[in-house]
Write a protein that binds this ligand. Structure first.
Ligand SMILES: Nc1ncnc2c1ncn2[C@@H]1O[C@H](COP(=O)(O)OP(=O)(O)OP(=O)(O)O)[C@@H](O)[C@H]1O
Ligand SMILES: [Mg+2]
Length: 254
């Protein structure tokens, strides 16, 4: 099994509020279908969730109690989820979509989630969930798609993880446009810099890399690939070289 995070930077036009990137989604759908791999898909918020969360000043910091903000943000995520589900379905990917609250209790992935996902996959359905405003240990919080990927990875131990975004991988100094790294390891972390991403309330690429490193620490390879490039995405899905930046799994005994 492979967990794929479809970043909001791929499936939406991040600079244009409430706009999907239909061309990117159809291309993704073709590649995912052609791969014939058993997939779990998590999608991000892009110009839907991040936009509304920003508008209502909801961020990933703490408890959220603005009902209009929560309702509006969630409604936009449902719309994005439905658009994505529809297009993936048109390409023959049989999606079973659900909000993450179906899998969590008190902010933690329930053990029951294992059974839910496996039953969905047993009959060749593809589980699809997304970053959401969700009930945590205390009140509602933003649960980012990247964190869902980490939680699922540690529970389900997939073969590999793919983070698809709108760049070819991780670069050491994005502002200086340094080339994409083929491999990234723990030792290189202090040397990395990150450009600030507008329209992202969950910490952008920096948090994604931190989550990825935690996943890799459990012996699972993590790829950062460009979801806008079918050939690169396919390589990453297959765990081949030139699929983007890879963090090799380490500490296998964990
Ligand atoms: N060191 C870096 N290497 C590569 N990209 C970086 C780096 N620092 C920042 N970025 C930026 O991170 C962006 C991708 O992160 P972002 O959170 O916007 O995407 P996403 O996770 O796909 O979207 P969403 O959060 O909506 O799901 C890229 O567009 C890139 O500009
Ligand atoms: Mg992001």
């Amino acid at each position: 099994m492979i967990i794929v995070k479809l970043g909001g930077s791929v499936i939406t036009k991040k600079a244009i509020p409430l706009t999907i990137n239909r061309k990117a989604i159809t291309q993704l759908a073709t590649t995912l279908k052609e791969s014939r791999l058993p997939l779990i898909i998590v999608h991000g918020a892009g110009s839907f969730g991040h936009y509304n969360a920003g508008r209502f000043r909801i961020d990933s910091g703490g408890e959220i109690s603005n009902p209009e903000g929560i309702a509006t943000t969630r409604e936009s995520m449902l719309r994005l989820n439905l658009s994505l589900t529809k297009i993936l379905q048109e390409f023959g990917l049989n999606i079973y979509s659900f909000p993450p609250i179906a899998l969590y209790r008190d902010g933690k992935l329930e053990h029951h989630a294992n059974k839910v996902i496996k039953e969905i996959m047993r009959i060749n359905l593809i589980p699809l969930t997304y970053g959401d405003v969700m009930l945590g240990q205390k009140g509602f919080r933003i649960l980012s798609g990247d964190v869902i990927v980490r939680d699922l990875a540690l529970l389900l131990r997939p073969e590999r993880i793919i983070f698809a975004s709108d760049v070819d991988g991780i670069s050491q100094e994005p502002r200086k446009k340094t080339p994409i790294l083929n491999e990234l390891d723990q030792g290189m972390m202090p040397k990395l810099s990150f450009s600030k991403v507008r329209n992202d309330v969950t910490g952008g690429m920096e948090n994604k890399v931190l989550e990825a490193m935690r996943i890799a620490g459990h012996g699972i390879d993590v790829f950062f690939t460009n979801g806008l490039k079918g050939d690169q995405l396919m390589k990453a899905l297959r765990g081949e070289k030139d699929g983007g930046t890879v963090i090799r799994g380490f500490n296998h005994e964990n």
